[in-house]
Write a protein that binds this ligand. Structure first.
Ligand code: CU
Length: 129
């Protein structure tokens, strides 16, 4: 009996780390840039990822932007949308060289805006499959 227990404990020790590692911890990171010329845009405007992947937005330029997944903060509600049950999230103003990252754990289609430039077409989509 004690031998069995020890063997089981050793198995846990040997494999516990990899078994306990959640799938989202092994996702990849996809970059989105925030462009100000010739137009205010997220590039790419649409990214398709898998659950556990992270999207990292970077602002290379000197005009501040936001990444806002919150219909209540969008001028046009439909420009920001979340899968059922997902709480709104997003950044404050991102200055030059600033970044914002989010790891997506729920499948679905997400739409987001820059609250400063939504009306200029600065709208993006993240599809999590
Ligand atoms: Cu902007």
């Amino acid at each position: 009996m004690s031998l069995h227990r020890r063997t089981f404990a050793q198995l846990l020790a040997a494999f516990g780390a990899s078994v306990a590692m959640p799938a989202w911890a092994q996702g990849k990171t996809v970059d989105v840039s925030m462009k100000q010329s010739p137009k205010m845009r997220f590039l790419p405007e649409t990214v398709t990822i898998k659950t556990g992947d992270t999207v990292k937005w970077t602002n290379p330029y000197n005009i501040s932007h936001t990444v806002t997944f919150d219909p209540s903060k969008a001028a046009v509600k439909e420009n920001a949308a979340l899968p059922a049950g997902v709480e709104p999230f997003g950044s404050e103003g991102i200055e030059e060289e600033g970044t914002y990252s989010h790891t997506f754990t729920v499948k679905g289609t997400y739409k987001y805006v820059c609250v400063y430039h939504e009306n200029m077409g600065m709208i993006g989509t993240v599809i999590v499959s």
